[in-house]
Design a protein around this ligand. Structure first.
Ligand SMILES: [Zn+2]
Length: 573
């Protein structure tokens, strides 16, 4: 394969159609099916076909066709972006992958009469027979015979994929369709300006909203593409995420930032509470005033009050100079009190008084000083139970709990992992002035299935270590990320080229048994001079042992039915 330029931003992967199934991953334990970094849904074709029929009945054919074409167009654009990001930059190669991807997604089988081609100076052209078209069959089953082609979503997809890839509007048209009674569907694709009556295709698609019109040169995917992208990925200061959990936090943050309300961040350690606090400060009206951070757990309890409120000369024997505390330094800005649950009870009482009166007294001073500080606190403890146990003052808790924001742990927002991975890869490749060609599939699977007890901070640390360990120009592999000892999940499955679900971690281990290795084992067995029946018994018993006595599991291991397995075990010797 030709060398191709790759950056840390992409996750370059092998790029032949038979490599594509491995990019579907089933993670039943986390409730995700992923295609590259996109969440997919295994839903019933029947229910979608039925909804399609209802929409036709309610909105009419034209409206429904438009909606489904646009839905398909979106899907085509999203898949095009992933295929393009595989790092090839070779349009011919990407064009070969698109039809295969659609087959993997279960929509259609593509048989090229003339496979899509594009060469510099030549016009785009493609001609395919579609068999097993989901939409054509659904139209026949739910709506009945059609007077016109009915594979709307599928044509929309082809338009989106090719238009995005070619950078100029490409229109596909069905010239035969099973919904019309033909034996199969057939589609032809050409640039928009090569159809002399493309109005009717464009009208349904409103293609002018997606691309610059014909003759306007290169693509400017506009409104729809950008809207979709920003709905998926939110970049917010230094924060980045795509998950529902992350977006909920960002929305709360946006609402509360313009106010002076006290905010209490809750969440496990490492979820980024300080980052969120800094962002809250940066997007609020106090952005130009100081952001002062205090980790209440890191200060010895006898010094907490001096740290927070300052010291007046002579307060203790070694207080030879007066100095302001963090409250005074944060005047006009934001004071971030991290691990607030670790604040000793006497300091809690003083903090409460400051919050109520908005003035502080330095230790050893009798004078009070006015301060104007927005308080943002954070904890990974359950403050309510601390209150119940008498470890935390209830009046202070209610004062702080005005606007609580809970940041979900990373394992509950795995959709953010690919984005954060790219962010940190980029950061540490720059820092160590190193260029890498991305992350191996196995490493990505491991990152996806890991439980992340240390959350985003742990991910950042692992990526930093991996960037140091990986060979320049090479890919990051599991061994670079995980030093060992981490509990890597094994309940993640990918799809083999022939469509079998395989455990994503065991897959590689199986490959290590080479035919030569197997031959050596067989020689060893034959040298033992065992009878064939005895060998069969040995294999059966071994399978039973490995499946911990579960006969059905042992049978599956040997690709036998349970009955066959039982028969072989019990047959007279
Ligand atoms: Zn059709």
């Amino acid at each position: 394969m030709a060398a191709r330029p790759e950056t840390a931003e992409s996750t370059p992967i092998g790029i032949t159609p038979s490599d594509l199934p491995a990019h579907v991953r089933f993670a039943p334990d986390t409730g995700h099916i992923m295609l590259f970094d996109q969440r997919m849904l295994l839903m019933h074709g029947f229910s979608l076909g039925e909804m399609r029929r209802e929409l036709i009945a309610k909105l009419g054919l034209d409206e429904t066709r438009e909606m489904f074409m646009r839905l398909g167009y979106q899907q085509g654009i999203e898949d095009m972006k992933r295929i393009k990001a595989l790092g090839s930059g070779d349009i011919e190669e990407c064009l070969a992958l698109g039809p295969r991807l659609r087959e993997i997604e279960g929509f259609v089988r593509n048989n090229p009469l003339q496979a899509m081609h594009y060469k510099e100076g030549e016009a785009f052209y493609g001609d395919y027979i579609w068999s097993a078209s989901w939409e054509g069959e659904a139209h026949l089953a739910h709506v009945g015979l059609s007077g016109e082609p009915a594979c709307w979503m599928m044509v929309g997809y082809a338009n989106g994929f090719c238009t995005g890839l070619m950078g100029t509007p490409v229109v596909w048209r069905e010239v035969e369709c099973v919904a019309m009674g033909h034996a199969h569907c057939r589609v032809i694709g050409k640039p928009l300006d090569q159809w002399d009556d493309a109005d009717k295709d464009v009208r349904f698609l409103r293609i002018e909203e997606f691309v610059d019109g014909p003759g306007k040169g290169r693509l400017g995917i506009r409104s729809s593409d950008n809207a979709a992208a920003s709905a998926q990925t939110t970049t917010f200061g230094e924060l980045m995420g795509a998950s529902a959990g992350f977006n909920a936090v960002v929305q709360l943050l946006t609402k509360v930032a313009p106010t002076d309300a006290t905010v209490l961040f809750l969440g496990e350690s490492g979820v980024g509470k300080e980052q969120f606090s800094k962002t809250l400060h940066a997007i609020g009206p106090r952005a130009n005033a100081p952001f002062i951070s205090v980790n209440c757990a890191a200060i010895p309890s006898e010094l907490v009050e001096a740290e927070l409120f300052g010291v007046e000369k002579g307060a203790f024997t070694n207080a030879t100079l007066s100095r302001p505390g963090r409250f005074e330094r944060a005047d006009g800005g934001t004071l971030f009190l991290d691990e607030i649950g670790c604040l000793p009870l006497p300091a809690q009482g003083k903090l409460l008084r400051v919050l109520q009166e908005q003035e502080i007294e330095r230790v050893g001073d009798t004078r009070s000083r006015k301060v104007d500080v927005r308080i943002v606190a954070a904890t990974n403890q359950d403050l309510r139970s601390d209150v119940a146990e008498g470890k935390f003052r209830s009046d202070l808790f209610y004062r702080l709990n005005v606007f609580p924001i809970e940041i979900p742990p990373l394992r509950d927002r795995r959709e953010d992992i690919p984005l954060l991975l790219n962010l940190f890869l980029d950061r540490y490749c720059r820092k160590f002035n190193k260029s890498l060609s991305g992350v191996s599939e196995k490493a990505f699977d491991a990152l996806w299935s890991y439980e992340w007890p240390g959350n985003v901070r742990e991910l950042e640390n692992l990526v930093e270590r991996a960037v140091i360990l990986a060979d320049a120009g090479g890919r990051i592999d599991i061994s670079h990320l995980f030093a060992g000892g981490e509990q890597l999940g094994s309940h993640i499955f990918s799809v083999s080229p022939v469509g079998q679900l395989v455990n994503a971690f065991q897959q590689g281990q199986n490959k290590t048994v080479s035919p030569a290795g197997l031959e050596a084992v067989l020689d060893l067995v034959l040298d033992q001079g065992q009878s064939f029946d005895a060998l069969e018994q040995l294999i059966l018993e071994r399978a039973i042992t490995r499946s911990k006595g579960n006969v059905s599991a042992a049978a599956r291991m040997l690709k036998l039915g349970r009955g066959q397995m039982q028969y072989r075990m019990n047959k007279p010797k």
